[in-house]
Design a protein around this ligand. Structure first.
Ligand SMILES: *Cc1c(COP(=O)(O)O)cnc(C)c1O
Length: 380
C-alpha cells in the first residue's frame, strides 16, 4: 500500500507468465490493441503511442532525450523529486535548463509560468500532474498547457501516478508528450512503461538533425516496432502482455467509474486518517488523491510505525525522501475496500504501538461512512 509498485490483478499476473514470439502475428495484434486501449487511457487520438522497456523514468528520459539536445532550452516546473528528475535528464542531454520551483509543498502557479514565458524563450516545458514524493496535485496543469501552447512551446507531462486514477486529457489539454509507468495507476508490473507523442512533438522528432545519444530510447527507432512491427530490440513480451491485460481492465471498468472509485477510496482513507486524530500533510485544495501523505506527529518514528505495520499486519506503506511524512498509495488495486480497511486498521494500531494515541474506531467509522454510505458509490 505504498507509493508503488502496487498489487496487480490475477489476469495481469497470469499474462506476465507468458512468452510468445515478439515479432509474430499474435504479438502484432497485441501491440495494436495496447495502442488502441492506450489511446483511451491517455485520451488521445495520436497513433504515436508506445511501450517502453524500462521504468517510468525510462519513458521520461525517452521524452526528454528525443526533444532536447545542445542548444535547446527547457523550463522545468518543480514540486519535488520526480519533477526535478526531468531537469537532471535535460541537463544530461546538453540542454539549457531553467527550473521554476513551486516551493515547499505547493502546486505550480499558472500565472507565474505565464510571466516567465513572457520574458524568456523555451523549446520544452516539463511538469508532473501529481508529485508522488510529497502528495501535491498540480491543479492548474490545463492552464499551464494552454499558456505554453500560446508561446509555441512543446510540453511533457509526467502522469505516472495519475494516469487512469483521475482525468488526464492529452488531446483536450493540448499536451505534447505524456508518460506513465506500469506499476502505479495502471496496476501492472514495474519495468514496462508507456509514452504518447502529439503530432507536433512527432514533427519535431522527425526534423531533428542532432545525433541521438540514446539508442534504445530513440523514438524513431522504437516506432519501427510500435508502428511497423519490425525489430528494434527484443520487446519485454510478458510485460507487454501484462500491460495489455491491465489496459483491458481499465477499458472494461471505464475511466469514469475508475476515477470515481479512486476518488471515493482516497477520500475515505483521508477522512479516516483525520478522524483518527492524525494530520494530512497537504492542504485539501491541492492534495493529490493518488498518494496520501500523512504528517508524522512529534516524536513518532516513521520506521517504527512502518515496520510494525509490515511485521504484524503484512501491510507495507512508504516513508519519504527527506520529509517527515508517511505515504499511502491509492492507485489501481490499492483502491479496494478490503485494502482500505486493513490498511487503516493496521496503521492505527501501529501508531498506538509507536506511542501515539489514535481514535481507531472513529477512523474506521469514518472510512466506512464514505465507502458504504451511498450504495451508488460503493467501492468494491
Ligand atoms: C514513481 C514515479 C516516477 C518514477 O517511476 P520509476 O518506475 O521508479 O522510474 C516518476 N514520476 C512519478 C510522478 C512517480 O510517481
Amino acid at each position: 500500500m505504498g507509493a508503488g509498485p502496487v498489487p496487480i490483478p490475477y489476469a495481469v499476473a497470469r499474462a506476465n507468465s507468458v512468452v510468445i514470439n515478439h515479432l509474430g502475428e499474435t504479438m502484432d495484434q497485441v501491440i495494436e490493441r495496447v495502442k488502441i486501449m492506450g489511446q483511451y487511457a491517455f485520451q488521445t487520438k495520436s497513433d504515436k503511442i508506445m511501450g517502453v522497456a524500462g521504468p517510468s523514468s525510462a519513458a521520461m528520459e525517452m521524452g526528454i532525450a528525443n526533444l532536447l539536445w545542445p542548444g535547446k532550452r527547457a523550463l522545468v516546473l518543480v514540486n519535488g523529486t520526480f519533477s526535478r528528475r526531468m531537469g537532471e535528464m535535460a541537463r544530461a542531454v546538453g540542454a539549457e535548463v531553467v527550473e521554476l520551483d513551486a516551493g515547499e509543498v505547493a502546486p505550480v502557479n499558472a500565472q507565474t509560468v505565464k510571466e516567465l514565458l513572457g520574458k524568456q524563450k523555451f523549446d520544452l516545458l516539463t511538469m508532473v500532474q501529481g508529485e508522488t514524493s510529497c502528495g501535491v496535485l498540480n491543479r492548474e496543469l490545463p492552464d499551464i498547457m494552454k499558456v505554453a501552447k500560446e508561446h509555441g512551446i512543446l510540453t511533457l507531462v509526467d502522469a505516472v501516478c495519475t494516469l487512469s486514477t483521475m482525468p488526464m486529457k492529452m488531446d483536450e489539454w493540448n499536451i505534447d508528450v505524456v508518460i506513465t509507468g506500469g506499476q502505479k495507476g495502471i496496476s501492472t508490473i514495474p519495468g514496462v512503461s508507456m509514452i504518447a507523442f502529439s503530432g507536433d512533438a512527432w514533427e519535431a522528432i522527425q526534423e531533428r538533425k542532432a545525433p541521438m545519444s540514446h539508442w534504445c530510447l530513440d523514438a524513431r527507432r522504437a516506432y519501427r516496432f510500435w508502428g511497423e512491427h519490425e525489430y528494434h530490440y527484443t520487446a519485454p513480451v510478458p510485460g507487454i502482455l501484462a500491460m495489455h491485460e491491465a489496459l483491458r481492465l481499465i477499458c472494461e471498468e471505464t475511466l469514469e467509474k475508475r476515477f470515481e472509485r479512486h476518488e471515493i477510496s482516497s477520500l475515505g482513507l483521508q477522512e479516516g486518517v483525520e478522524a483518527m486524530g492524525l494530520k494530512l500533510f497537504v492542504p485539501k485544495d491541492y492534495r493529490l488523491n493518488a498518494v496520501v501523505a500523512i504528517a508524522l506527529p512529534e516524536g513518532v518514528e516513521s520506521s517504527k510505525v512502518r515496520s510494525y505495520m509490515a511485521k504484524t499486519f503484512s501491510v507495507e506503506i512508504s516513508g519519504a525522501f527527506g520529509l517527515n511524512i508517511i505515504r499511502v498509495g491509492q492507485m489501481g488495486e490499492q483502491c479496494r475496500s478490503h485494502n482500505l480497511f486493513k490498511t487503516l486498521y493496521a496503521m492505527g494500531m501501529s501508531f498506538r504501538y509507536a506511542g501515539y494515541p489514535v481514535n481507531l474506531s472513529e477512523g474506521m467509522a469514518s472510512l466506512e461512512k464514505r465507502l458504504a454510505g451511498d450504495n451508488d458509490h460503493y467501492v468494491p
